[in-house]
Design a protein around this ligand. Structure first.
Ligand code: UD1
Length: 416
C-alpha cells in the first residue's frame, strides 16, 4: 500500500496547471468505438482509470497508444467482438460506458458489471431504462449485462434521477441507433457537453447537451476525430480548496472558470478572496475561514466529488457547518479519519455537522476512495505536525502528479 508523509501547517502559494478531465476522458475513450477511423484525443490525463480503460480496449483488439504524455491515439477498427468480460469491467466504474458504446456500435453486447469506489449503492437501472427505450432487451446474468436488439431505434426516455452515467450511456447507444432519441431530465455536467462535441465531430447529431433535454440523431456513416478534453474542474476545485484550507494563495491555470462557479461562490462565503480571468482562478485563503452550509447537487450545484475536500477545510473553520450529501450516501467514511486528527464532526445519515476546531493534528489516516484521498491530503496539509496517509492508490485513479504539484506550491509531502 502506497502512502504519503505530509508535514502540515504551510501555506501553499504559486500556480498549478490543471490537466484534462478524467470524467470526460473515460466517456470519450469508449466513444471512439463509434468512430470510423483512428481518433486522436489530446489533453488526456494519464491517471490510472484512463490507463485501465485503455488496457481493456487493447485486450479487446483495439490499438490504443500514447503519442506523448497527454495525447492518445485510438483505432478501434479491429475490435469485432461485442463482449467485455467482468474480470476487465470490475476494475473501474467507468467501464460501464462500454455498455452504451458497444451497443451503439454492434446493436447488441454482453458487458460485465462495473467496479469502482465504494461510495454507496451505484445502481444502473436508469442506464437500462434508456437502453430499453431504444428497443434493446437487457438481462443481468452471472455478473454480465446481456443486451440484445433487432437493431436500435431512436426513442424517448425520461430519467427518474439525474445521472451522469446514464446520460452518457444513452447518448453513446443512441449515436448508433436509427432515428432520433430524446433524453429528458438529462445530466448537465460539462463532461456531457464535451462528449456531445466529440460525437458531433464524428457525424452524430447531438443538440441540447448542457440542458435537461438532449436530442441525439444517430448516424450510420460516421467519421474520425481529433478532440481535446476539457479541463478537470474537480482537480481545479481541489487545488482551490487547498489554497483556502492552508490560508495560501494559489492560481489554478488552464481552467474554465464558469465550471467552477459553485466552488468559487462557497469559498467566497468562507472568507476567501477569489479572482478570475479567462482561463484561471486565484484563491487567497483567509487566515481562518468561517463555517458555511453546503448541499451537494447535480451540476450546476456543488459537486459531490468536492464534498470531501471541502469538509476537510470546514473542519478548521470558525463556527458550525452543515454538509448535506444528496448524491452518494456513503461519502462520509473519511470523517472517521478526520476525527483521528481532532476534527469535531457528527454524521447523521446524509448530513455531517462540522464544529470547526482550532487545530487539526497530524495522524495516521487511511483513504478508502478517490475523493476521500484528496480530502485527507488537504486535512494533513492544514494540520500541525506530521501525517501518514495510506490508500494513495485511490488518489492516482483521478489525479495526475498530485504530490508533485503540491510540492511545487510549497507543500512538504513525499511518497513513502
Ligand atoms: C459520475 C462521476 C462521479 C460523480 C457522479 C455525480 C464519472 C465517471 N463519474 O458518477 O465522479 O461523483 O457522476 O456527479 O463521470 N443512480 C440511480 N440509477 C442509475 C444511475 C444512478 O439511482 O441508473 C443514482 C446514483 O445512485 C446516485 C445518483 O443517481 O445517487 C447520481 O449518480 P450518477 O450521476 O449516475 O453517478 P456516476 O455516473 O456513477
Amino acid at each position: 500500500m502506497e502512502k504519503y508523509i505530509v508535514n502540515g501547517n504551510h501555506k501553499l502559494t504559486g500556480e498549478a496547471n490543471i490537466h484534462g478531465a478524467k470524467n470526460a476522458a473515460v466517456a470519450i475513450i469508449p466513444a471512439t468505438l463509434l468512430a470510423q477511423g483512428p481518433c486522436v484525443l489530446e489533453n488526456v490525463p494519464p491517471v490510472t482509470d484512463v490507463g485501465v480503460l485503455c488496457d481493456i480496449l487493447n485486450i479487446l483488439g483495439a490499438k490504443v497508444s500514447w503519442r506523448d504524455k497527454f495525447t492518445l491515439e485510438l483505432d478501434t477498427a479491429n475490435l469485432n467482438k461485442a463482449v467485455v468480460p467482468a474480470d476487465l469491467t470490475n476494475k473501474l466504474r467507468a467501464s460501464y460506458y462500454l455498455m452504451g458504446a458497444m451497443l451503439g456500435r454492434f446493436g447488441q453486447a454482453t458487458v460485465g458489471l462495473p467496479g469502482g469506489c465504494k461510495i454507496g449503492p451505484r445502481p444502473i437501472d436508469q442506464h437500462l431504462k434508456g437502453f430499453h427505450a431504444l428497443g434493446c432487451e437487457t438481462e443481468i446474468k452471472s455478473g454480465d449485462v446481456v443486451m440484445t436488439s433487432p437493431g436500435l431505434t431512436g426513442g424517448h426516455v425520461y430519467f427518474d434521477v439525474v445521472s451522469v452515467g446514464a446520460t452518457v450511456n444513452v447518448m453513446l447507444a443512441a449515436a448508433g441507433a436509427e432515428g432520433t432519441t430524446v433524453i429528458e431530465n438529462a445530466a448537465r455536467e460539462p463532461e456531457i457537453i464535451d462528449l456531445a462535441n466529440f460525437l458531433n465531430q464524428i457525424g452524430v447529431g447531438v443538440k441540447g447537451a448542457g440542458t435537461g433535454t438532449i436530442r441525439i440523431s444517430g448516424a450510420k456513416e460516421r467519421d474520425n476525430a481529433v478532440h481535446s478534453i476539457i479541463p478537470d474542474r474537480i482537480e481545479a476545485g481541489t487545488f482551490m480548496i487547498a489554497a483556502a484550507a492552508t490560508g495560501g494563495d494559489i492560481r489554478v491555470k488552464g481552467v474554465i472558470p464558469r465550471h467552477l462557479e459553485p466552488v468559487t461562490a462557497k469559498l467566497r462565503e468562507t472568507g476567501s478572496q477569489v479572482t478570475e480571468g479567462d482561463d484561471w482562478i486565484q484563491v487567497q485563503g483567509a487566515e481562518r475561514g468561517c463555517a458555511v452550509d453546503l448541499k451537494t447537487l447535480p451540476y450546476p450545484g456543488f459537486p459531490t466529488d468536492l464534498q470531501q475536500p471541502m469538509s476537510s477545510y470546514l473542519a478548521r473553520c470558525t463556527g458550525t457547518s452543515v454538509v448535506t450529501e444528496n448524491i452518494f450516501e456513503n461519502r462520509f467514511r473519511y470523517v472517521e479519519e478526520l476525527k483521528r486528527m481532532g476534527a469535531n464532526i457528527k454524521v447523521e445519515g446524509r448530513v455531517a455537522i462540522i464544529e470547526g476546531v482550532d487545530e487539526l493534528e497530524g495522524s495516521v489516516i487511511t483513504a478508502h476512495d478517490l475523493r476521500a484521498s484528496s480530502a485527507l491530503v488537504i486535512a494533513a496539509l492544514s494540520a500541525s505536525g506530521q501525517s501518514e496517509i495510506r490508500g494513495i492508490e485511490f488518489l492516482n485513479r483521478g489525479y495526475y502528479d498530485f504530490a508533485g504539484k503540491l510540492e511545487r506550491l510549497g507543500a512538504r509531502i513525499k511518497k513513502d
